[in-house]
Design a binder for this molecule. Structure first.
Ligand SMILES: C[S@@+](CC[C@H](N)C(=O)[O-])C[C@H]1O[C@@H](n2cnc3c(N)ncnc32)[C@H](O)[C@@H]1O
Length: 341
């Protein structure tokens, strides 16, 4: 049935009131509760609007249901958790394509399904919700468990006209860096050679190629899944100059041409690779390095890094800006590094 042909009509299923709550949860999990309309009641029955033609064996009727007065904007309004724990509900979470990933505090884990269902209800474009136990290992992959909705964690994230195919359970992806990717793309001049030493699914490379005209972007990553998705992103966005490579960038970089620009998004340890990047950077080139630091340690970190590079024969200038807060005392910094002197 084409629901778009009948904007004021909806399919509702007739459900005995006693089964209302479990059916509503089931519909949310299946992603077919029609949240545009109110649930109405008549005697012993509820009429629950759905976006499908039927659900289980409940009788379906086409009705003109009452529209919701307002959309639920914050999942916390409808999350079914004890009042004493409500204050622990996270105020933010990551959305990648049509999936959401939320870090749930231990006290709320027994209510993870309720949290996931509430997020699906509030986030109309979400297909499924995963609890996120953090980024782990060398590949920086998230530990995800689906708590509501359907389907896999593979998804397509849209950013500045690019379609980024990714699976956060198999390869690192951070939707919060979109402005930074755009900033770098805006600096890129036609014909640049760019190396992304820790490229992941190549979000930097893809967005740069969409917004600017580099001659080549080499996107290197240890994780073979990153290369698979980076190739998909190059192909599906019609980009020929993006070249994904699997390997350790401290070695792979010596097989590549000298670069005008090198991206180093490995915030835990990027500085350990800086000497290799400086080896391959053209004299007028620029490195974009990301680092998570205690705010009080920023100055000493930059001084120590400059001294260490000096001892290796590289004279460098570092321009820092705070990208975002990481914890009450730590921030993520972007560091633009150039040869100096
Ligand atoms: C923080 S993620 C950044 C991914 C990507 N730049 C992005 O913004 O989505 C760091 C990536 O570096 C990769 N990695 C870690 N050590 C590496 C190495 N020695 N050489 C190449 N890649 C490495 C990991 O597999 C991971 O995908």
């Amino acid at each position: 049935m084409d629901h778009s042909m009948m904007p004021d009509m909806a399919v509702c299923i007739r459900v005995p009131k006693a089964e209302g709550e479990s059916v509503r949860s089931g519909l949310i999990s299946a992603g077919i509760l029609d949240t545009r309309f109110r649930i109405s009641s008549d005697g012993d029955y509820l009429y629950i609007p759905i976006t499908a033609d039927s659900y289980m064996d409940y009788p379906a009727v086409v009705t003109e249901p009452e529209e919701r007065e307002r959309r639920i904007r914050d999942y916390r309004e409808v999350a079914d958790v004890p009042a004493g724990l409500r204050g622990l509900l996270p105020s933010s979470f990551d959305v990648v394509g049509d999936i959401a990933m939320i870090k749930i505090p231990p006290e709320l884990l027994p209510y993870k399904e309720q949290i996931g269902n509430a997020m699906l209800l509030a986030g109309r474009n979400l297909r499924s919700v995963f609890s996120d136990s953090g980024v782990k290992g060398e590949f920086r992959i998230r530990d995800l468990e689906r708590i509501a909705g359907t389907g896999p964690s593979e998804t397509v994230h849209r950013e500045f006209g690019a379609r980024l195919y990714t699976d956060p359970a198999r390869v690192y992806f951070n939707p919060r860096l979109s402005s930074e990717r755009a900033r770098i793309a805006s600096e890129v001049k036609k014909g640049e050679i760019i190396i992304d030493m820790f490229g992941g699914v190549a979000p930097f490379g893809t967005v740069i190629c969409r917004l600017s005209e580099p001659a080549a972007v080499y996107s290197v990553d240890l994780n073979p899944e990153a290369e698979r998705y980076a190739r998909m992103n190059a192909e599906r966005n019609g980009i020929k100059v993006l070249k994904p490579i699997t390997g350790d960038s401290s070695k792979v970089i010596y097989t590549l041409p000298d670069a005008d620009r090198i991206i180093m998004n490995l915030p835990q340890a990027a500085e350990r690779f800086l000497r290799y990047a400086l080896d391959k950077l053209k004299p007028e080139g620029k490195i974009h390095m990301y680092k998570i630091l205690e705010r009080s340690a920023l100055e000493s970190f930059c001084d120590d890094l400059a001294s260490e590079m000096e001892s290796l024969g590289f004279s460098i200038g570092i321009k820092c800006s705070e990208l975002k807060t990481y914890s009450p005392t730590m921030s993520v910094y972007s560091m633009d590094i150039t040869h100096s002197g």
